[in-house]
Each structure stands twice: as structure tokens, then as C-alpha cells.
Write a protein that binds this ligand. Structure first.
Ligand SMILES: NC(=O)c1ccc[n+]([C@@H]2O[C@H](COP(=O)([O-])OP(=O)(O)OC[C@H]3O[C@@H](n4cnc5c(N)ncnc54)[C@H](OP(=O)(O)O)[C@@H]3O)[C@@H](O)[C@H]2O)c1
Length: 318
């Protein structure tokens, strides 16, 4: 047996066991193909047992990773993909999209905590289902956000992954928008993003991190929209670009998932005629499901390496 092939025999796998190797050597070569396959887990093992140089070389090629994407996984700085070690904070976890994100991150093995405000019943059910802990937090209050991060830090559970799914929607006409209403939307939709990312970055203490923001098309695409709400959504786009540049050198990625019309949540408050238009002009001709949005958010949160400051449109082709 050539030396290279003997080396291959020593690799872990069923044929790494000396007893199996003795059996295989003793058998007439034609019998090997019939008797061994049920015992083998890997095609390379079978190839080695058959003494096939071609297959053994093919196995070696796989291991030497001429195909870059097949290279053994090494964790580059900030390239964390092992989800069980990720600590995720989902702001607005009690919402239509947020609760699916909590479920999806928890199912992927992340340790998740989330915030809610009015949705205590949803939060309780979500905690029972996923084990994720809910924190009652008014995101309109910067001091409440900072207190939440300080509390998580004190507990030793500072997040390295932040997903912002909280929002106050607005469908008012221009003439009806009061100063108070304008400020209410900006407090949650804009300032809470700023304060949360600021606190998140402060408590990362040198760890790499990921932030995923969410936004609607209003203010980003040319669609009919209420101006105070549209202003908050385009502000999220502006923050995405600026924050990514500022935090990138610290190995923190920050991206924005741009959602089209879903079947509930803030879209429940839309004029039915406008919702019908969204369906008609979207390529898929339907609203999206929250799980479809959450899947994209979770992938971006857990598996992205080199994308930052970018917008990922999940819109059904709108
Ligand atoms: N649903 C859609 O069709 C759609 C379309 C495009 C984009 N999006 C985007 O997707 C994201 C989530 O939207 P959604 O439809 O899931 O919204 P949603 O169902 O209305 O949920 C809003 C979330 O924000 C929380 N929230 C609001 N004000 C708060 C405050 N002052 N303090 C703390 N939490 C507060 C709510 O908490 P409580 O309920 O506990 O009070 C809830 O968890 C948003 O960024 C939105 O722009 C959604």
C-alpha cells in the first residue's frame, strides 16, 4: 500500500479502528464493496478501503481546500458564527416582527433577552416558549435604555448582538401632526436607536459585535408616506451608514433590514387601499410573513462577516 494511502487509513472514521482495518485487509478486494458500505459513514473511507487512488486524492483535495469556501472554519476577528455563545438583545421583542426574531435567534442557539412595553402578555408567553427574558423598558426614555444596558452588564450578560425592532408608526396627514406626536415618533424610532447603539458599543469592551436595525420603505423609497414617520425611517438609514463607519474599526457590523409590507404589525394600521397597492406592485403579489422577515434578520445577525453599513431589502419585490 502506498505511503500516502497508509496515512489516509490512519485518519479518524470507522476504518481508523485497527480491528476494522485488519478485517478490511483480510477481505478479497471485490468483497469490500459489498460488505463494508453499510459500516462506513464517509465515501472517502470506502474509497480508501477499495484502494482507489483517485478517490483518495479527491478526499485530499477536499481537505486541502482548493475551494476556498470549503476551507476549515477558523474564526476571524469578529467572524463569530457559533451562535450558542452569542448574547442577543432584541428591542421591541413583543412586536409582530420582534417576537419572531426572538424565537428565531433562540432556536439558533443564541441567548436572548428582549424588551417590551405594553405587551406584557406577549412577553410572558414569549419567555415561556423560548426561555428568553423580557425587560419592561420605555425606549422613549434614554435613561431607561442606559439603565437596561447597565443592568445587563452588572449581571454579566452584556449583549454582543443587538436587533432593533421597536417602532411607533404614524399615518397622520401633515396638518394633523402635532409637535408632541412628531417627538413621540422620533424618541422611539430615532433616538432609541442612537442611545441603544451607543450603550451597546460602550459595553462591548473590545468584543466584536453585530447590530441589525429594521426600517420600512417610507422615507427610503418614493412611496406615499406620512412625513413624520418617513423622516424617522430615513434617519435609520443615515445612522446605519454613519455608525458602520464609526464602529467598523472596532469590529462591529451594523446593517439595516428594509422590510416591505407584512401581514400585521405596523401594516395593520395602513389604509386598506394602500396595502392593496403594495401587494399589486410587489413582485410576489402578497404581504410578507413575520417569520420571513425574522429569517433574514437572524441570518444577518448570526452569519454575516463582511457586510456593514448596508441595506438588505426584504420586500417581496416591492
Ligand atoms: N409590520 C410591517 O408590515 C412592517 C413593514 C415595514 C417595516 N417594518 C419594520 O419592522 C419593525 C417592527 O415593526 P412591527 O410591525 O413588528 O411593529 P409592531 O408590531 O407595532 O411592534 C412595535 C414594537 O415596538 C415596541 N415599542 C413601541 N413603542 C415603544 C416604547 N415607547 N418603548 C418600548 N417599546 C416600544 C412595542 O412594544 P409593546 O408592544 O410591548 O408596547 C413593540 O414591541 C419596525 O422597524 C418597522 O418599521 C414592519
Amino acid at each position: 500500500m502506498p505511503r500516502a494511502q497508509r496515512r489516509a487509513w490512519r485518519r479518524p472514521g470507522p476504518l481508523a479502528f485497527p480491528a476494522w482495518r485488519r478485517v478490511a485487509r483480510a477481505l478479497p478486494r471485490p468483497l469490500l464493496g459489498h460488505l463494508l458500505p453499510p459500516l462506513l459513514h464517509r465515501s472517502e473511507d470506502l474509497a480508501r478501503a477499495r484502494g482507489s487512488d483517485v478517490a483518495v486524492r479527491a478526499g485530499a483535495r477536499g481537505r486541502s481546500s482548493a475551494c476556498r469556501s470549503g476551507a476549515p472554519e477558523r474564526r476571524p476577528p469578529g467572524g463569530a458564527i457559533v451562535t450558542e455563545t452569542r448574547r442577543a438583545l432584541v428591542l421591541g421583542g413583543s412586536g409582530y416582527v420582534g417576537r419572531e426574531v426572538v424565537c428565531s435567534l433562540a432556536a439558533a442557539g443564541a441567548r436572548v433577552v428582549f424588551t417590551y412595553r405594553r405587551g406584557a402578555a406577549v412577553a410572558e408567553a414569549l419567555s415561556a416558549e423560548t426561555g428568553a427574558r423580557g425587560y419592561s423598558t420605555d425606549l422613549a426614555s434614554p435613561s431607561a435604555i442606559r439603565a437596561l444596558f447597565a443592568e445587563l452588564h452588572a449581571e454579566g450578560t452584556s449583549p454582543d448582538l443587538l436587533v432593533h425592532c421597536a417602532v411607533v408608526s404614524g399615518t397622520d396627514a401633515l396638518a394633523d401632526v402635532t409637535d408632541a406626536r412628531f417627538d413621540e415618533l422620533h424618541a422611539v424610532n430615532v433616538r432609541s436607536v442612537f442611545v441603544a447603539v451607543q450603550s451597546f458599543a460602550a459595553y462591548l469592551s473590545g468584543r466584536p459585535g453585530d447590530v441589525v436595525l429594521t426600517a420600512a420603505l417610507d422615507g427610503i423609497a418614493k412611496i406615499p408616506a406620512s412625513v413624520h414617520f418617513a423622516a424617522t425611517q430615513s434617519a435609520r438609514l443615515g445612522m446605519t451608514q454613519a455608525l458602520a463607519k464609526e464602529l467598523g474599526p472596532r469590529d462591529v457590523r451594523l446593517n439595516l433590514v428594509l422590510l416591505g409590507a407584512l401581514g400585521g404589525g405596523i401594516s395593520a394600521g395602513l389604509d386598506p387601499a394602500r396595502l392593496a397597492d403594495y401587494k399589486r406592485y410587489s413582485a410576489l403579489q402578497r404581504t410578507g410573513a413575520p417569520a420571513e422577515a425574522a429569517r433574514a434578520i437572524t441570518r444577518l445577525a448570526l452569519h454575516n462577516r463582511w457586510m456593514t453599513g448596508s441595506v438588505l431589502p426584504i420586500t417581496g419585490g416591492l
